[in-house]
Structures are given as structure tokens and as C-alpha cells.
Design a binder for this molecule. Structure first.
Ligand code: ATP
Length: 221
């Protein structure tokens, strides 16, 4: 059986950069499904701006109707920081025979060695490293060595075992959640960077408005 894709992130908010790349991987690599797993308290970065409940609603709206896209809230159910290695362990415990492929953009992959128990990620899953504008694959140092040791080019090898790294070119979309948050805080419209249903939630919840921008643009005073 083909692998299950694991797409982790803060999704603050989910945007077309996540959704389009996920669809391309689902189809090109014949993954059985892609599980989107929003992080509760990201260990490597600033706290999220939208609360978990709003990030979940945006994801639910974004994934609705796309076969093979699954929303998985296990990290929000756990206490404390969301360590990916714990998530992979819990997925493995549920279905030991299932092959897992953790999906990361190149920016995230470049910081892999700062992750909690990062070496053990390879005991539980393969890695798919997606191209992302502005990021390139490190060729030197420990992380470059990882690719030399673990790199594969044939996606069929994701179907069994663990520990391989597949680099994959997806459509380059220079879209990021932080840019969308800034844009909304400045009173601009995020239309076409996020699905319409996600845009509705952003506007109606006011989750990315900051007080200063709201005053300038005649929003809530
Ligand atoms: P932020 O701007 O807040 O850092 P982000 O847009 O990077 O957020 P995350 O939720 O942090 O979104 O990303 C989750 C995963 O999706 C990461 O592995 C990241 O590399 C990947 N990703 C996000 N946007 C893109 C994109 N446009 N192209 C390819 N990969 C992406």
C-alpha cells in the first residue's frame, strides 16, 4: 500500500501554498491520503496569532470536498508543545503497517536538526521535501549529508520502510501565512491567496486585525 502523507504546520492561516502542493503530492506520488495536522503550541517559533479553534475552522473549510484530504486534530488534543516525533509515534501505534511520509517545505527541512528528537523521525517515517520559493536544499554540512545518505528519487520506495528522503518539485507559489497575516492587518484583502471560505472566516473572526490597522482602515475602534 502507498504511503500516507503527513502535512504538519501552524496553518495560521491555511493558504493556497499548502493546498496546491498537497494536491500535487497526493496525485504525483499516489499517496493514500494527506493528513493535515495543525500544531498546538509550535516549539520552534512564535505563538500562533489565530487561536486553535479558528485555525481548525479554517482548515475544515479549506479541506472540505477534496477526496484524500483529512484533518487530524491530535496535536491540539495533547497538552504542551506539539512535537512531530510524538505525532508520528502515535500514528504508528494506531496502524503499525501503514507507511508514513512526512511532508516538509525546504525552509522547514533546513531547520530539521533543531527539532526535538529529530533523528528518530526517520525511525517512523520517510520525508518528502517540497521545493519552496526562497529556500534551497542544503548541500553541505550535516543536513547535506543526510540527503546523501537517505536521498531517493523513486517515489515507489515510499510505500514501505522508513527513513528515505524524497525531494519533490511542486508548483512554486510564493505565498506564506506570515505575509497573509501582515496583509490583513494592513487592511488588505487576502482573496485568492486563501480559499473563499477561509477568507470569510478571517474577515468575520477578525483574527488577523491589529488595533492600529483597524483604526486606520475604519474597522473596529
Ligand atoms: P509562516 O509564514 O507563518 O511561517 P507558512 O506559510 O510557512 O507560515 P506553515 O503552516 O508554517 O506555513 O507551513 C507548514 C508547512 O508547509 C511547512 O513545511 C512549510 O515549509 C510548508 N509550506 C508553506 N507554504 C508553502 C509554499 N508556498 N510552498 C511550499 N511549501 C509550503
Amino acid at each position: 500500500m502507498a504511503a500516507t502523507g503527513i502535512y504538519g504546520g501552524t496553518f495560521d492561516p491555511v493558504h493556497i501554498g499548502h493546498l496546491r502542493t498537497a494536491l500535487e503530492l497526493l496525485q504525483a506520488l499516489a499517496l493514500t491520503e494527506i493528513r493535515f495536522i495543525p500544531a498546538s503550541e509550535p516549539p520552534h517559533r512564535e505563538p500562533t496569532q489565530a487561536p486553535a479553534a479558528v485555525r481548525m475552522r479554517m482548515l475544515e473549510a479549506a479541506l472540505a470536498g477534496q477526496p484524500g484530504f483529512v484533518l487530524d486534530d491530535r496535536e491540539l488534543q495533547r497538552q504542551g508543545p506539539s512535537y512531530t516525533v510524538d505525532t508520528l509515534e502515535s500514528l504508528r501505534a494506531e496502524q503499525p503497517q501503514r507507511s508514513l511520509a512526512l511532508i516538509l517545505g525546504m525552509d522547514a527541512f533546513a531547520g530539521l536538526m533543531d527539532w526535538h528528537r529529530w533523528e528518530q523521525l526517520f525511525d517512523h517515517a520517510h520525508l518528502i521535501v517540497m521545493h519552496r520559493p526562497g529556500a534551497s536544499l542544503p548541500t553541505e554540512g550535516e543536513i547535506g549529508q543526510l540527503i546523501t545518505d537517505r536521498g531517493i528519487t523513486d517515489p515507489a520506495r515510499l510505500a514501505s520502510g522508513t527513513g528515505h528522503i524524497l525531494e519533490w518539485a511542486v508548483t512554486s507559489l510564493d505565498v506564506s501565512a506570515s505575509a497573509i497575516r501582515r496583509l490583513v492587518a494592513a487592511g488588505e484583502d487576502p482573496r485568492f491567496l486563501v480559499p473563499d471560505a477561509v477568507r470569510d472566516i478571517i474577515l468575520e473572526s477578525g483574527c488577523y486585525e491589529d488595533a492600529g490597522a483597524a483604526l486606520v482602515h475604519g474597522g473596529h475602534a
